[in-house]
Design a binder for this molecule. Structure first.
Ligand code: PEP
Length: 261
């Protein structure tokens, strides 16, 4: 596997934080602190309302955008929903199947599969979040859960389409709002390798080599380097630390240093 050929991806998920004017202030601060690096993609995921103004504000040579969610149907009588089709041209990426959506909004494996397919259909790269919860972990079912989540989410895609998917391994127990227990880098590497092997078995060597796998779970500027150095880790998905511009820029710096080791 050639890690160097996969571009490092740092994603900040702002969740339901930062209204439009706060988002604008945060973007202005990030512009001041974060330099562009050719080998690192920096992606911001503000709320749906802030996406459009932020898309006009950002320096597109340094930052890209992701949606935090979208509806799988391109259009319809679905009050309150926004589709991937409507996000075309605004976002490069779409977060799909985040554990908060699976847990609080009851998103099923089928919902996640349909969203991944809709994202790809609309030229938006899905950031598919997978991860076991603490009960799965204590029952020794981590691999089974990862297998089921990965295989079902990718099941409507071709091997070529799979190369445009990013998978974020996010053990639920490690996410700051669900407990924030720190995952050991060796355990994270095992799970990431397992995920890459699942992709290889189903979609072949090329898809497994090209697909990017991120880690997410209480990553901050101090911890980022340890995860980014892992063989199968191509970046990080950051929640709470992405709202702190010092911490987020520190994570980008850690990625820059790691790529030069
Ligand atoms: C997340 O919610 O995807 C996440 C990784 O959050 P945090 O970094 O706050 O644990």
């Amino acid at each position: 596997m050639n890690k160097q050929s996969r571009k490092t991806l740092i994603v900040g998920n702002w969740k339901e934080h930062e209204n439009v004017s706060q988002a604008s202030t945060l973007v202005a601060r990030l512009h001041k602190l974060i330099a562009g690096h050719r080998d690192i993609e920096i992606v911001l995921a503000p709320n749906m309302l802030a996406l459009q103004p932020v898309s006009l504000q950002i320096d597109r040579r340094r930052f890209r955008l992701a949606s935090q969610n979208a509806n799988a149907k391109d259009e319809g009588a679905l009050t309150g929903e926004v589709s991937f089709a409507m996000l075309r041209g605004i976002v490069h990426y779409g977060i799909v199947g985040h554990s908060e959506r699976r847990i609080y909004f009851n998103e099923s494996l089928e919902d996640v599969r349909d969203k991944v397919a809709a994202s790809i259909r609309n030229g938006i790269m899905p950031i598919l979040c997978v991860g076991e919860n603490s009960e799965d972990r204590s029952n020794g079912e981590t691999r089974q859960v990862l297998h089921d989540q990965v295989i079902s989410a990718l099941s409507n895609l071709t091997a070529e389409e799979v190369t445009h998917v990013v998978i974020a391994y996010e053990p639920v127990w490690a996410i700051s709002t669900f407990g924030g227990e720190l995952a050991k880098p060796d355990d994270v590497q095992d799970c990431m390798k397992f995920i890459r092997n699942q992709v290889k078995e189903l979609y072949g060597e090329r898809a497994a080599e090209d697909i990017r796998i991120l880690y997410g779970g209480s990553v901050d500027d101090h911890l980022a380097g340890g995860y980014l150095a892992l063989d199968d880790c191509d970046g990080v998905l950051v929640g709470s630390a992405s709202l702190n511009y010092h911490k987020f820029s520190g994570i980008v710096e850690a990625a820059y240093r790691n790529n030069r080791k």
